[in-house]
Write a protein that binds this ligand. Structure first.
Ligand code: GLU
Length: 282
């Protein structure tokens, strides 16, 4: 009798081990990176690219409430690249991301590519594959016109508070360039600028083009201090999707040759105070 119970015990243990092993395996599969060049094969077959874009960043990607659609330089460039790559009848589907979620939505397969003011950094290169840079930005400061702050050096004092957005390169850069300042982080640019207006910080910091977009609509604020970092924007695809990245580069270079890129730069950045198209263009 005892022997039977022992046997049954072994069988149960064995079955449990099999079940947990297979659970591990399916978990592993669901988080694995897509197969090499799978993304390009998919977009080619469906004639559709799902782009991760911004919805809180004027000039690059913002929701136009009146028109009820996303507009901006990144949005136009994503649409143009889609058609250049896959033909006139191809479709660009837009998926809204934030500074914090942009890399995760790419990694978990919600989007095929990101055109979302993403700075190419060595750290991010470990997780994703970037196109050639398509826009040269640099970090800058936004302050009230009454402020005496002129550059990032003026922030390096105990008691100074800088407002920034979670998940941006701006947060680390302020710690590096003004280590004595405190950084308050918000979920998006709307909340961050509201905090600046409410006096929760003396300056707001992120890329110059994004700040120029805010200043252009808010006459009480100005962009100061030039650029103190180099923030080249790249189109990101999942790690290993090299065919997708090279097809994006090919399409981007065609758009540069045929004048589309330059036309879009002028459409969005002409007449923006303190912003130089020449510096941003590549
Ligand atoms: N270019 C910066 C970055 O990639 C800021 C853009 C953003 O708000 O996500 O972190």
């Amino acid at each position: 009798m005892r022997k039977i119970w022992k046997k049954l015990g072994f069988v149960t243990l064995f079955l449990l081990a099999v079940v947990s092993l297979s659970a591990c395996e399916s978990y592993g599969n669901s988080t694995a990176e897509p197969e090499k060049d799978q993304v390009y094969s998919q977009v080619k077959a469906s004639k559709k690219i799902i782009w991760g874009v911004r919805n809180d960043t004027r000039l690059f990607g913002i929701m136009d409430i009146k028109e009820n659609k996303l507009v901006g330089f990144d949005i136009d460039l994503a649409k143009a690249i889609t058609k250049q790559m896959l033909g006139k009848d191809a479709k660009a589907e837009l998926f809204q991301t934030t500074s914090k979620t942009k890399i995760p939505v790419l990694k978990n397969g919600n989007v095929d590519a990101l055109m979302a003011t993403v700075t190419i950094t060595p750290e991010r290169k470990k997780q994703v594959t970037f196109s050639e840079p398509y826009f040269n930005a640099g970090q800058s400061l936004l302050v009230s016109k009454k402020s005496s702050i002129k550059s990032v050096k003026d922030l390096n004092k105990a008691g100074t508070v800088v407002v920034a957005v979670k998940g941006t390169t701006a947060v680390e850069n302020i710690h590096k360039f003004a280590p004595k300042a405190r950084v308050l982080e918000y979920d998006d640019y709307g909340q961050c600028f509201t905090a600046l207006k409410a006096g929760q910080g003396q300056a707001m910091s992120t890329d110059n083009g994004i700040l120029a977009g805010i200043a252009a609509e808010n006459p009480g604020y100005k962009v100061v201090g030039g650029t103190f970092t180099h923030e080249p924007y790249g189109i990101a695809v999942d790690k290993g999707q090299t065919k997708m990245a090279s097809e994006i580069n090919k399409a981007f270079n065609e758009l540069k040759k045929n004048g589309t890129y330059n036309r879009l730069m002028h459409k969005w950045f002409d007449g923006i105070p303190g912003f130089s198209i020449k510096e941003a263009e590549r």
